[in-house]
Design a protein around this ligand. Sequence first.
Ligand code: SF4
Length: 670
Amino acid sequence: MKRREFIKVSGLLGASAAVSPTLLLGGCASQPLPGTGAVSVTPTVCDMCFWKCAGHVYREDGKLWKVEGNDADLHSGGRLCTRGTGGPGVYLDPDRLRKPLMRVTVNGRQTFQEVSWEEALDHIAAKMQAIAETAGPERLVMLSHGAGARHFRHLLRAYGSDSRAEPSFAQCRGPRDVGFRLTVGESVGSPERTDMANAECIVLLGSHIGENLHNAQVQTLAQAINRDATLITVDPRFSVPAGKSKYWLPIKPGTDMALLLSWMHVIISEELYDSDYVERYTIGFEQLAAHVRDYTPEWVYLETGIKPEVIRKTAREMANAAPATVVHPGRHASWYGDDAQRSRAIAILNVLLGSWNRKGGFYIPEWVNLPEYPLPAYPEPKAGTADAYPGKWPFASSGVTNGVIDASIGDDAFFKGWLVYGTNLPQTVPAVEEKLKAAANSLELVVVVETMPSEMTGYADVILPECTYLERYDDLRNSPERHPSLALRMPAFEPQYDSKPGWWMAKQLGHRLGLDAYFPWQDYAEKLDWQLNQVGSSLEEMQRIGVKNFPRKRPLYFRDGQRVRFRTPSGKIELYSQQLADQGFDPMPVYTPPEPVPKGFYRLNYGRMPAHTFGKTTNNPLLFQLAPENQLWVNPLVASGFTHSWFSGASWNRSGLFVVLPKVCAGIRP
Ligand code: SF4
């Protein structure tokens, strides 16, 4: 079937009537807790966002009671955020996908039909086999978000494809990581390696920590504020951190690059930079000094609206606290198209302050050297993801979703099949609807693995209902952090309905594709236990403690005068980037004024809500109760005459994001 009609799954399932959150929690709100029943505890790793906090699931008489943070965990510091605490809502959600669904045509109309797991998996495996034989396995691409995707990546690599993309790369932190990698040779990672716990000055650009609840990050920012660290917030909106700041810089949207270059101008012209650090570790300082010479605070004031004396004062504050100064790299870094360069400017500013890998700036993360389970080597794919869009995005370190979608349209398209895991593309990639329809009409196979119906499930041939994170094993969490640690996600409950864990689906598909050698475990617990045994632990131990911390092997920061080889072509921090120059890009970050906005239109800034993770949580009854609508901030003058139909789009209510109209509208210049 090639012409795929969009099918709304919720309509087919007969969406349940609104269910009270207190009913969902088994009436616990009317029963004082802890109750009289037997309480049991199971470790988990939260799946409500990418921060992956470790916690404990509490059950009373076998029924879900609550989820709390694990005290031994650096990601959570023993506390879960609003969304993590509301995690039980996804387990109890009556709208969950319950059985495999397959697209069929009934009376000339396409619809989904419930099928058995055998039927669904047989169909997918047959299609995968056909794609491998006619086009090559690398023509099946995975589009994903979330830790559970690893099971399917393993399956695809065993099958012969390493084609994959995550919207969270190009749409979120990809430009940031590219900018840092081009400059210091590595990314800031996730969780970000900022040492805010020891910082004396913190600079936030368009980053509203405290409204985005990236758990330990919020806690370390709060600690810094309690220590009277200087907080400088650059944001057109008076955000939560702006309210805690010594300096709030309500910048005109899209002019952050000019401010960053002007800060560098002040720091270099007043000789406030860390000359020893710059001399020891960098190349290109002379070019940088010449490049920022013209970005005087007076000139930049005209672009940004930030007064020259404020630019100078804040630059001096940063330098006074250096190297214990963090110019925060941010997270959702895709703004105006010059994002990798803006991130490079942030990296360079941190380098001038000598804060990269220095106490109070950035730390050097470590993770556990965890052996992989012994399996046959993966076959070498004949093509990689970037071969689908040759010449585009040469510095992208991961697949670019827009490129994958473009390369999936038409009969001669590069990609023939999609495996979509945990990502809702219509709500994730801006203005992609028409292209998605075109791709859906071109592809041989679209499989969606999800816990909930979404816009993306409407494009699927087959929908595989995954059980929630409270009902399954996944791989051990082994994130780069202040010290190495492992955390276990395990089932606290049997999967509800006919949902299954991702590892089971991957194994079943592997079996049908003749790939049993890659899936020797009967239960994923076997694989985890083997890995844990290699590092002196066991599944039994992790089931008790949930998080195991390991000692560091190297210092947390650079030692004084330490010799370092950075992972750049020159082995130095590259203030001037020959790599960029060689590819025809600006070797230095250059400010380009944002395009003016047509009369009657306004710039839209947006960000996160504390109670939601994008659109992923909007159906969660517990979180929906807390935040049923997005907030729209709009300047009162604009609001008083605000009748423009531009804002009547329904998607605002579903995105899980707040939207902001900044005070300074485009076209108005001082
Ligand atoms: Fe869960 Fe909140 Fe931690 Fe994200 S930050 S993993 S939602 S507790």
